[in-house]
Structure formats: structure tokens, C-alpha cells
Design a protein around this ligand. Sequence first.
Ligand code: NAD
Length: 456
Amino acid sequence: MSEEVTDVQPEAVTPGDGSGDHSKTAEQQAEELAQDNEQGDAFYRAHQAQVAKTFGHVDAEEHVKLILNEPKNEIIVNFPVKLSNGDYKLFTGYRIQHNNIMGPYKGGIRYHHDVTLGEVKALASVMTYKCALLEVPFGGAKGGIRMNRGVYNESEIERITRRFTHDLGNNIGPEYDIPAPDMGTNSQTMVWMMDTYMNMHNQMNKNARRRIVTGKSITSGGSRGREKATGQGVVYCIQEWADEQGFRLDGCEYILQGFGNVGSHAARILSRLGAVLVAVQDHTGSIYNPDGIYPRKLIEHVEDHEGVSGYSGAEEIDDEDFWGVESDICIPAALELQIDEEVAKKLEADLVVEAANGPTTLDAEPILEDRDIEVIPDIMANAGGVVVSYFEWVQNKRSESWQLQEVDSRLHFMMKRAFHEMRSFAREHDVNNRTAALAVAINRLNGVYEERGVFP
Ligand code: NAD
């Protein structure tokens, strides 16, 4: 049973010391960038290694593998914005377009202080495989601005967003490349992008351009069910897994990292199925209650306090202890590379559901396998967002507005179909779910390249 949610998202504030970007020297920034680039590159390398491993299990042509190894376009823009105190700051924004053989480039925009070229390249590539696995007729892209989201006020964020959209120019377009929200961005960010884009182009056709972005508020042309879609899709995957295993969700326990858009909606929906949230971690700390944490109350707390820390219905625990909390299911819904070797050894769950993109490191994967901890990989688990983004784009194109039940039932059908394709491949080829999900996607992309060939 579905429930309508409002289109107003709690402000997601990413970690920051509150003084951050304003006070750093260029040298300090350069040093940090070098460090973060290593982290972003580590994610890109890990993703490419997973893809390379999967190439061994598919029938794809050599040239298709070569094409998929690198993004088609890498757009980097450096742009100045005047801050409220009169200072100017130069921001670096990225838009990486990985592949568009299946349809227009599609992918979120992230505002976070760790955004790097390597990270965005990895995330763009993940989008290509996600869309192919789900049979969404889009390609893969991702964008972001490297910024400490928490130190800017709303009006600065609006100016940053509008200037970034302006500088992307014709590199995005309703039939070419369609952004969406990701970490640190929300429906308001998308509406600013849409409005800027509309005002930059021919006024006569203004409304046809609403589909330049998805994840908009419902009032500005968004889809019912889009805001909760990723969390909803996570829950559909858990339900499919539970059915297959004969596992009862009612009364089961889970831990959750990240209580933003994806994490909080997943928790709210899981609580309706009787699953008990026993520990949560976000950028403000970790909390634990063996009797259960009420997602709705925690959502209210996070709205008021910008994080889970200080929630009265649970005790604070050390961040290192969070991953070792006994549970049935672990849902990482924050950043990439969170489940490393150490965490993999400590986890006390039977299932990891990757609501975040790339949360498991390459070295952690075999440890999870040895410990019989099953993983539902990111391109499957968090695909609900892009599926409903596609529905939003179709509704905008046809000037339609679908009811929530219709959105949910179409989403359910597509998630279920992809889940079972992944599981069948895994069984037939004796590979894990990640390899299977990537293989289904790569075989599908290869099929299109086979028919169309490579120009000229
Ligand atoms: P969000 O900004 O709404 O929330 C992010 C959450 O992560 C917050 O609770 C934040 O406190 C937490 N977090 C940040 N840094 C942390 C740290 N160091 N340790 C612990 N927690 C930390 O972002 P979101 O939209 O919920 O996205 C979360 C993840 O899901 C990302 O990996 C994103 O790429 C992925 N995803 C999002 C969507 C979507 O529709 N929003 C779709 C697919 C995948």
C-alpha cells in the first residue's frame, strides 16, 4: 500500500565544519583536492575493476568493452559566484556523459565537498549500467559541484545552481542530457535548474522544456512518487529477496547508514512492513536502540537538527561500533567506499542492500562472500530513482500527471523484472549478484551496438 508524500524535502546538509570553504587558502584547497582525487580515483578504479571482471562473463564484442571503458564526454566548468558577504568564490562543476546508446544521458547532480572527476566518472558509468539493467531508455551521466554544501545559504545555493546550469549551456537538454537530484541536491535545486534552462532558451517552447530535469517538485512538473522512489525501490528489492529466501520481514532488524532522501524513505516504508530499525549513522554520528527507532520521529528530529545526533529515542554509539550492530539487513545509503575490509569483517547482517552508489570496496567484496553475506548491488538496489525519473520525463512529454498507484505499480514491475533477471543470471553462471547485474546490462548494451554498429 502506498502513501503520498509531500514534495518538500528536508534540507540535506552534508558534513562540514561550518567555516569550511570560505577560510581555506588556495594551497590548502589544492592539498585537499589531491587527497580527494585519490579517493575519487579509488572509487573509479574499483568500479572499473568490477566491470572488467564482468567482461569475462559476457559475450560482448571487444570494441563494445573498449567504448564502455571510458565516458564519451567529460565537461568541467569553473565559474565564479558572488557570495552574500560580497566575496567571490570560484566553483568547479562537472558533467560526465558516459554513454547514450540507449537514449539521452541521464544522472544526478551532487553537491558535496568530496566531488572529484574520478568520483563523477564512476557514478556516470554506474548510471549507464543501471538504465540498461532496468530497461530504462536512457544513457548514463552524472554531475556535481565540489562544495561544502552546509556553509552556503539558500540564496547562495540558488546562485551557484543557476550559474552552473548557465555554464553547462547546451551540454544538457531535454532530449540530450537530463539531470536529477543526488546527494546534497533536492527538488528545489532541480526547479532552479529548470527555470534557468527555460529562460536561456526560446520562450515559445518553454513548457516543453520542463523535462530538462527530473526530481522536480510536483507543483513544478514533478512526478508523484519520485521523491520516495529510490527508497521505495530499495524496499521492493528487499521484498523480492525475502520472498526468494522465505525470510519474514515482519520483526526483522536492520541498520542504516545515511538518513537523507534515500535512507529516510526506505526506513519509513520498511517500518510499514514491520522491519525494525536498530541503528542509524549519518554525518553527525551514530545512534542505537535495540527496541527500534521510529523512522517518522527520526525524520522530524533530522528536519529540526540537521542530523540524527541528539535523537532522544536512542543512545549515541561510537561510529566504529555502528557496523558491528547485530541485524539481518544492512543498508548503506550515504557515500561510496563505506564498507571496506575492516567493516566487512565486522558486519553482523545476512544481507547488504546498496542503496548508495558504490558503498562496497573491491577488497571488502570477497570477505562478504566468504562470510555468506549476500549483496544486492547498487545498480539494482537504488534504480528506483531513475525509473521514476523516466516516468516523470514521459509525463512531461505527454502533458500527463499519473496517480501514485500507477507510478508505484509500474516501478514495482520494472524492479521485479530486473531483480529476477539478475538472480537468474547469477544462478546460471554461478556468479554473485553484482557481476550478474552488470552482465545483464552489458549484454543488453552489446546487443544494441551489434545492431547499430559504430559510426562511420
Ligand atoms: P542526501 O544528501 O539526501 O543524504 C545523504 C545522507 O548521507 C545524509 O543523511 C548524510 O548525513 C549522510 N552522510 C553524508 N556523509 C556521511 C558520512 N561521512 N558518514 C555517514 N553518513 C554520511 O543523499 P541521497 O539522495 O539520500 O543519496 C544517498 C546515496 O544514494 C548516494 O550514494 C546517492 O548517489 C544514492 N542515490 C540517490 C538517489 C536519489 O534519488 N536521491 C538515487 C540513486 C542513488
